[in-house]
Design a protein around this ligand. Structure first.
Ligand code: HEC
Ligand code: HEC
Ligand code: HEC
Ligand code: HEC
Ligand code: HEC
Ligand code: HEC
Ligand code: HEC
Ligand code: HEC
Ligand code: HEC
Ligand code: HEC
Ligand code: HEC
Length: 438
């Protein structure tokens, strides 16, 4: 079918080529060999003619397709017949050889057609109308480019376009009812609460991320599909289309390298990508207190021991109370340029440490920076002084308790012995004291 129509469209092309809109010859007068000019506008731009041609007023209104719609669209170089070869020469149209209403869009836009057919939208939905088609997202005649403010595909209109279904309780209830599909339940509402949504609605930034920047427009797939832009393996590239500088930093960092090499954390998780720390539909400004205090827990999920040792420090205790003021993991380790401490690029490398503390402790010096940010007194090799101090304190404590314990025990024994020895004498003394009290 498609092939046949394609061939037909191709056959027509030379005929259409020279009859573009806006030129002296009205574009819609398709002169077919041996036929008089067939002017679509003669009928399709005249409401009075079209009235009553279908069963409903809406049906009649849909037949009204004046040239001007096409002329002000991105298809201004096309003739009606480019898309409607079957109606291009015969009236009543049904008498034409084929009865297709129009050629499929993909007959000219093959790449988008292929991408769309590979998407969940095309593949997973059986009920017609539940999944978006070319026409649903682009319209049939008033087709504009994404940079055109009138287009449903303009950045300002995308959330509404996708939201037509993804904010529709019927669609969400049918396709995303499973409890684990959290991200699919309220993506549109959540989007407007993110930094990207706010940048768009309040900042008027068309370069901010909207649904299709992260999900693609045509090859829309669930995150667990390897080809999806939102798959963890691809998300760095997705965010990196805009956050170029951060990805440059990330990719050479311990996390970026560990990710590329497939190394895992002590808790057996792969190294983090953007969405592990920033989430996906909950991305907020990096200085939003709730989030950046919360990220500490995120680091802790993978660096369990370091989280515990940090939690024992002054910084950790204050952060745990929910205050963002003291040092959190990323204040000392930077948000994206993490390196092992022995790497000269590391912010916690001895050569850079004073500078790192000085971000908050103005007067910090070498001595101050000696403070153990992850002091663990049980690790003899790494923190010998701390280990020694703990050992000393423990010995001292045991010594003191031992000595006084023995002392108290002996003292107790002595009291008991003395009681047995002089029970009568001491009984008399007690009575005397009682009298004095009255
Ligand atoms: C003589 C008047 C007339 C002319 C000329 C005309 N049409 Fe139509 N067209 C109609 C009417 C009336 C209908 C609605 C009834 C029907 O489907 O036949 C219609 C319906 C259509 C439909 C919908 C078909 C369907 O299956 O629902 C298309 C598409 C269409 N026309 C395209 C064109 C194109 C393209 C041209 C120019 C190449 C054109 N028409 C020229 C009168 C005309
Ligand atoms: C880029 C391709 C394209 C061009 C150019 C185009 N159309 Fe269409 N037209 C379509 C598609 C797609 C549909 C919807 C077909 C469907 O619903 O299956 C359609 C539908 C129609 C319908 C039926 C509307 C309805 O809902 O009943 C009419 C009438 C029509 N076109 C007329 C025209 C006329 C007249 C022109 C030139 C002024 C024109 N078209 C130019 C693609 C095009
Ligand atoms: C879910 C909505 C949606 C569907 C369905 C859809 N598109 Fe798109 N399309 C878009 C958006 C959004 C853009 C803008 C992309 C951008 O700005 O990068 C776009 C862009 C385009 C472009 C411009 C070139 C490009 O790729 O950026 C063409 C051509 C196009 N679509 C054709 C099609 C065709 C053909 C179909 C059907 C097979 C289709 N679209 C289905 C949303 C959709
Ligand atoms: C007969 C071939 C043909 C058909 C059929 C066709 N288009 Fe186009 N389309 C074009 C041409 C030519 C352009 C202009 C391309 C350019 O300037 O790069 C275009 C441009 C576009 C653009 C804007 C691309 C951009 O870069 O901004 C979109 C979106 C689009 N078409 C969508 C559709 C949709 C949706 C349909 C089906 C309703 C469709 N096209 C059917 C030929 C076609
Ligand atoms: C006409 C309704 C409709 C529109 C418009 C629509 N979607 Fe969908 N979308 C659906 C349905 C229905 C599904 C469920 C498909 C399934 O079961 O996998 C879906 C699935 C998805 C999925 C999940 C894929 C999966 O397999 O779980 C994503 C992501 C998605 N859509 C994003 C978008 C984006 C982004 C847009 C706008 C550019 C959009 N959708 C526009 C109806 C729509
Ligand atoms: C900044 C990037 C980003 C933006 C903007 C974004 N999403 Fe998502 N979205 C994601 C990521 C990443 C996931 C996968 C989350 C996961 O599984 O952990 C996702 C998941 C989804 C899902 C569930 C499908 C799945 O893979 O589980 C749907 C549906 C969806 N998004 C729709 C939308 C819609 C509609 C919009 C616009 C209102 C939107 N998203 C905006 C990144 C984004
Ligand atoms: C290990 C967790 C983690 C990963 C992975 C991560 N970030 Fe961040 N990101 C942070 C933290 C923490 C901050 C806040 C830094 C601050 O303000 O103190 C931040 C800040 C930001 C900022 C704001 C700029 C700034 O420095 O204040 C942007 C934009 C950003 N990240 C984007 C990304 C992108 C894109 C990726 C993926 C390449 C990514 N992040 C990966 C934790 C992470
Ligand atoms: C289409 C471009 C684009 C994409 C894709 C994109 N962003 Fe953004 N992002 C922006 C813009 C623009 C801003 C600035 C908003 C502002 O300052 O108001 C921003 C802001 C941010 C911020 C807040 C920065 C700050 O200063 O506090 C974070 C965090 C962030 N993005 C993370 C991400 C992550 C993670 C991804 C991928 C899942 C992503 N972005 C994808 C364009 C994008
Ligand atoms: C999803 C797991 C995960 C999260 C979340 C995570 N990391 Fe990592 N981190 C890793 C892995 C895996 C490595 C690489 C270990 C290796 O090279 O063997 C690593 C390496 C590091 C290194 C370099 C240390 C070394 O010895 O290689 C530092 C510093 C670091 N992370 C700090 C942080 C901070 C700070 C956060 C929170 C902002 C964080 N990480 C969040 C998994 C994670
Ligand atoms: C006050 C600054 C500071 C804070 C806050 C901090 N660190 Fe560190 N971190 C350091 C210093 C200094 C080192 C190197 C010396 C050491 O290991 O004690 C280090 C070492 C590390 C290492 C490398 C350990 C190794 O031996 O390779 C990781 C991983 C790490 N920190 C993760 C974290 C995580 C996760 C957090 C938050 C829970 C955190 N850090 C909070 C300063 C800090
Ligand atoms: C993000 C800012 C920040 C960074 C970076 C930071 N600190 Fe702190 N630190 C604080 C705040 C705030 C307090 C609590 C205020 C106070 O008591 O002075 C504090 C308290 C302390 C304390 C205990 C209270 C005191 O003053 O005796 C020590 C010790 C300390 N920091 C050491 C360090 C060392 C060492 C570094 C560098 C490895 C460092 N800090 C990096 C913000 C930071």
């Amino acid at each position: 079918m498609v092939v046949r129509r394609l061939a037909f469209a191709v056959l027509l092309l030379p005929l259409l080529g020279s009859t573009a809109y806006g030129q002296e010859i009205p574009g819609n007068q398709q002169v077919l060999p041996g036929e008089p000019p067939f002017d679509c506008a003669k009928c399709h731009s005249r409401p009075e003619f079209l009235a009553g041609k279908t069963d409903t007023p809406e049906g009649d209104a849909a037949l009204l397709v004046p040239d001007s719609i096409i002329l002000s669209s991105r298809h201004d170089t096309l003739a009606c017949a480019s898309c409607h070869p079957d109606q291009s020469s015969v009236y009543p149209h049904e008498a034409a050889a084929g009865t297709a209403r129009a050629v499929p869009c993909e007959s000219c836009h093959e790449a988008q057609g292929t991408a769309w057919h590979a998407s969940s939208h095309a593949g997973n939905v059986s009920v017609e109308g539940d999944a978006p088609t070319c026409l649903r997202c682009h319209g049939e005649h008033a087709v504009h480019g994404a940079e055109d403010r009138r287009s449903p595909t303009h950045a300002f209109n995308i959330a509404e376009l996708c939201g037509g279904c993804h904010a529709d309780p019927a669609i969400v209830g049918t396709y995303f009812a499973q409890p684990e599909r959290v991200e699919a339940k309220a993506p549109v509402v959540q989007y407007f609460q993110t930094v990207h949504g706010a940048a768009l609605t309040r900042g008027g930034l068309v370069i901010s991320a909207t649904c299709n920047d992260c999900h693609d427009s045509h090859r829309v797939l669930a995150a667990d599909s390897a080809a999806s832009r939102t798959n963890p393996e691809n998300i760095v590239e997705t965010c990196g289309r805009c956050h170029v500088g951060i990805v440059e930093t990330y990719e050479v960092s311990a996390h970026g390298v560990a990710r590329a090499e497939g190394r895992r954390s002590v808790t057996d998780r792969p190294a983090p990508v953007c969405s592990d720390c920033h989430s996906s539909h909950g991305i907020v400004r990096a200085d939003a207190q709730d989030w950046f205090v919360g990220v500490v827990e995120e680091c802790g999920d993978c660096h369990a021991e370091l989280y515990d040792t940090y939690s024992d420090t002054y910084h950790g205790k204050v952060t745990k109370l929910g205050y963002g003021l003291t040092a959190k993991c990323s204040d000392c380790h930077t948000p994206h340029a993490m390196y092992p401490p022995d790497d000269p690029r590391s912010s916690v490398n001895p050569a850079n440490l004073v500078e790192t503390c000085r971000r908050c402790h103005e007067g910090a010096n070498e001595n101050f920076a000696q403070y153990y940010s992850h002091g663990d007194p049980t690790q003899r090799d790494k923190y010998p002084r701390l280990y020694g101090a703990r050992l000393l304190m423990t010995l001292l404590l045991m010594g003191v308790f031992g000595f006084f314990g023995l002392h108290t025990a002996l003292w107790g024994a002595r009291i008991v012995i003395e009681r047995f020895r002089g029970e009568e004498d001491s009984g008399g003394a007690a009575e005397a004291t009682e009298d004095a009290g009255r």
